[in-house]
Structures are given as C-alpha cells and as structure tokens.
Design a protein around this ligand. Structure first.
Ligand code: BES
Ligand code: MN
Ligand code: ZN
Length: 499
C-alpha cells in the first residue's frame, strides 16, 4: 500500500513529483462560485502571483465534484505537476475524501505526491483526507499490471506535523484503508481462485496477523452441526462450503457485537439459474463476508473496548446433479425448515445458519450484511445500501455511523403484511415471497430467526458492494469494500455507549 507522511512548511516548496491542491464550489449558504481552498490560495499567492484561479477558469474549471484539472507548474512550485481537485459544495468531510480520492487517482504515474492540507484542523477532515488518498490509490494488479502505478508515497502538508489529532487520524485511516483494500482484493479475485476454502484461508491469515480466535467448520463439521442452510446451498458445487468464525475480545468490553456476512463465492443462481448477461457480477456475492472478515482485521488493529465476533457462512451456488432443487426442504441450524422455491434466493439460506449460530455468542447487537437482492438496486440504486431491523435505535445508529464514515446507507421498513407471502404449505417458511418489496421480504425472512429481544439489523449491499461503472472519487471499478467503514464506526460508537 501507499505510504502516508506528514510534513510542515509550504506546499509550494515541498519536493515531489506532483502537488495536489483543492478547489470547491462554495460553502453551504454561500453563492455557487469557483473557490480555491485556503491552502490552495496560499500556493497561488506564493507561486502564481494570484493568477491561478483565473487560469483554472480559463481551463474550464467549474468546481463541481469529481473535476480534476492538471497543469504544469513550469518551475513555479517544487513539484513539476499540479493537480487541482474539486470538492463540489463543501458540505462536510466526505466531499474532501472524494476530492482527494479523485485527485490521487488522476495522479497515477507520479511516484511522490504532495497533498496540500493546510487549514485542516478537525479529526473528521484529517481522517477523510487520509482515507481518500489511500482508497484512491488502490489498484488491483493480481492479473494485470496497472496502466500507471499508484503513488508510493503521499506527503500531506499540514499546519502542525506533530499534531496528535492528525497522527491518530492517520493511524486509523491506514487500518481502515487496509481493511477496505482487503475486501476489494477478495471481491476482485476470480471466483476460480476464491472458493469457500480460500475465503477461509484469507480469514485465517487475518486471525494470525491480528491474534484473533479463528474457527472454520468444513463440510463434515457442518453436517455434524446440522447447518442445513449452508450445506444445502453448497451441495451443488465441487468446492464444499465452510462456516468461518473470527473473534476479537477486549478485557474491558461491556458489549458484544456479532456480525454475519454473506459469502457466496459465486452465485450462478443454481438450478434456478441466472440469465447469462451480467452473471460475472456474481463474483461479488461474497462482499458481505469479506466486509466482516476485514472489519475484524481493522478491529484487531484499533483495539476498541468491545467484543466483536464475525461469522462468514460461505458456499458456491452452482447447478449440478447434486444441487438443491426448487421444492427441496432444508432443515436449518436453528431447526426451522425452509421450502426452497427458488435456488437463486440462496443468500438468506446461508445467513440464517450464521445468524442462529451467532445468537449463541449472546450478542448485544447482531448485524448481518449481504449482497442479498436485486430489489435493493431497484429501490435505492447502486450506491445506497438499505438497512432494516427490529430495533429503530440500532437502525438509526447504523445510518448515523455510515454518514460519519462516508458511506450511503438508508433506513427501510419491514412491513408485517409482507410476511404471509413467505408462508409455505410444507415447511415453516418459503425462501421467496412477494416480488414487490423484494428487499423487504428478504429482510422479513431473516427476521424469523431473530428473537425479538435481540437487537438486530440487516444491511443489503447488493449494489454498493461492486462498482459496475467507471471509477469515481476514491471508488475504483469492481469491488468497493463497502460496509467496512460503517462497521468500524459503529463498533466505536457501541464501545462509546452511543448505540
Ligand atoms: N446475489 C443475488 C442478489 C444480487 C443481485 C446481488 C444483483 C448483486 C447484484 C441474490 O442471491 C439473488 O439472486 N437474489 C434474487 C432473489 C429472488 C430470487 C427472490 C434476486 O434478487 O433476484
Ligand atoms: Mn442468488
Ligand atoms: Zn446471491
């Protein structure tokens, strides 16, 4: 990963291959107008006699989010190349995170990048700047070299390079970015190279590095334990399923958070097979599991005073002579029976085994995260996750944590009137219900496994886990690493007694 450094002094005279400065479109409440950040204005004064703003305008700058203008400094600054990244309306830290991410992405090919960060004082802005830089520098190079390499070092010019606030934000940002990058790598890896067993190996590596407890149930152990949901989904594949458990405990913990992530390493739909068009997207169907594993990695590094236990039920959903069929009945870990009416509604089948097992850890908070439904994309689009649950304060707490972390998560209901659509004539419940509100019926299915006195939430990340479009701000094409930042924030909020 790219190394981050802090330095004092003037950005204009700091040595590097490129200098990144900022512009924006005005502050909330002010008129929309192209504006240099205070630090960029300093660079302008020192190196360009105040002509930079007019130059940018003549180059077509408007200040809208995502805009990056590059210009040669022709010796006026120590760095030969200047990039001016735009934050749009400066409404908060996320705008800074996005601008720096876009700027760093545009500077691929420059080895040492200097980022002007004078006038930043508050922790959320430091954090956003450092995260934006690291996440924008991410590249997936397992199978092909990048067109232009990411910077090896990014040096931030700050008012006080000895600032404790900046140092703490930097440490946290590095841990978080490493976690997000791990998820991106796992999602981007070809499903031919990431079966349940390899996902379990990745979790073992995280456990070894972070001194976490790890337990992996293989297919024999799953059979002995009665994990009928995980086994049923996995039985069509030549690569057998697993249940991964990672545990972080803190001696002063007052609360236990259990996370459960959907780990379908490839979702073909099974016998209810998906159409060919877009099926490659389904390599991202383990994005929830990867987010849980990575969250435990970050937690191991940051050591908050709370217990965190992560489960990743993982299987490959394939059609074959041994695959589950529509009309098969599965006996899940909790003993509850499910009539499988569509083998493509597989995520919920493995999740309820993970949830039921997670209940044994007596969680104060239980959250599952899953690329669960196409209906999530219909309802909220590709960038906003939906959160449902049985506890309004927890649901709000997750939305608040997401907002602080810079992820888009929106509250959704679990309307009781949709529940009868999941009734089965032969089993306790069917795995599909009303198609309208499909994200909500999936949530209602999961809810059946959770006792009312357990605070539970479900986050559907079908869209946000994977970027099918072009790279934007700090989000590359492919795996995004969604949910790690929200989880880390939420865990800190639980530790602080705020949720
Ligand atoms: N993994 C998919 C959901 C998905 C769709 C994730 C698009 C990312 C992008 C899930 O297993 C699935 O197939 N869901 C079905 C459920 C249906 C059969 C009730 C769906 O949403 O169509
Ligand atoms: Mn499916
Ligand atoms: Zn799926």
């Amino acid at each position: 990963m790219t190394t981050l450094k802090l330095t004092g002094g003037a950005a204009a005279t700091t040595k590097g291959d490129a200098l990144l400065i900022g512009m924006h479109n005005g502050y909330p409440g002010s008129a929309t107008a192209l504006t240099l950040t205070p630090g960029a204005a300093k660079v302008d004064k020192a190196a360009f006699k105040g002509k930079l703003l007019a130059t940018l305008k003549s180059l077509g700058a408007t200040g809208k989010e995502g805009e990056v203008i590059k210009l040669a400094s022709l010796g006026a600054t120590s760095a030969p190349l200047i990039a001016v990244a735009s934050a749009g309306r400066l409404t908060g830290p996320e705008q800074l995170r996005r601008a720096i991410g876009a700027g760093i992405r545009a500077l691929a090919g420059s080895k040492n990048v200097v980022v002007e960060l004078n006038a930043v004082k508050d922790e959320p802005f430091f954090r956003a700047a450092f995260e934006g830089a690291l996440l924008g520098a991410y590249q997936f190079t397992a199978y092909k070299k990048a067109a232009a390499d990411a910077p090896t070092t990014i040096t931030f010019v700050v008012d006080d390079p000895k600032s404790k606030v900046a140092a703490a934000a930097l440490k946290r940002a590095v841990a978080v970015a490493e976690g997000v990058s791990l998820v991106r790598d796992l999602v981007n890896t070809s499903p031919a190279h990431l079966h349940p067993q390899e996902l379990a190996d990745a979790a073992r590596a995280v456990a070894a590095q972070g001194k976490l407890d790890v337990e992996v149930l293989d297919e024999k152990a799953l059979k002995r334990g009665g994990y009928g949901g995980i086994l049923g989904v996995g039985q069509g594949s030549t690569h057998p399923p697993r249940l991964i458990r990672l545990a972080y405990t803190h001696p002063k913990a007052k609360k236990t958070v259990v996370l459960v992530g959907k780990g379908i390493t490839f979702d073909s739909g099974g016998i209810s097979i998906k159409p060919a068009a877009g099926m490659e997207w389904m390599k991202s169907d383990m994005g929830g599991a990867a987010a849980v594993i990575a969250t435990l990695q970050v937690v191991a590094a940051l050591k908050p005073a709370v217990n965190v236990i992560g489960y990743a039920p993982t299987a490959e959903n394939m059609p074959s002579g041994s695959a589950i069929r529509p009309s098969d009945v599965l006996v899940t870990y909790a003993g509850k029976t499910v009539e499988v009416l569509n083998t493509d509604a597989e995520g919920r089948l493995i999740l309820v085994d993970g949830i039921a097992r997670g209940l044994e850890d007596k969680p104060d908070v239980l959250i599952d995260v899953a690329t669960l439904t196409g209906a999530q994309l219909v309802a909220l689009g590709s960038r906003t996750a939906g959160v449902m649950g049985n506890d309004d304060a927890l649901r709000t707490g997750i939305c608040t944590a997401a907002e602080r972390a810079g992820e888009q998560v929106w509250p959704m209901p679990l309307p009781v009137e949709l529940r009868p659509s999941l009734d089965s004539s032969v089993a306790d419940i069917a795995n599909i219900g009303d198609r309208y509100g499909g994200m909500l019926t999936a949530g209602l299915f999961l809810k059946d496994w959770v006792p009312d006195d357990i605070r539970w939430a479900h986050i559907d990340i079908a869209g946000p886990a994977f970027n099918q479009g072009e790279a934007w701000s700090y989000t590359p094409k492919g795996g995004t690493g969604f949910a790690v930042r929200t989880f880390v924030q939420l865990i800190e909020d639980v530790a602080a007694g705020e949720v």
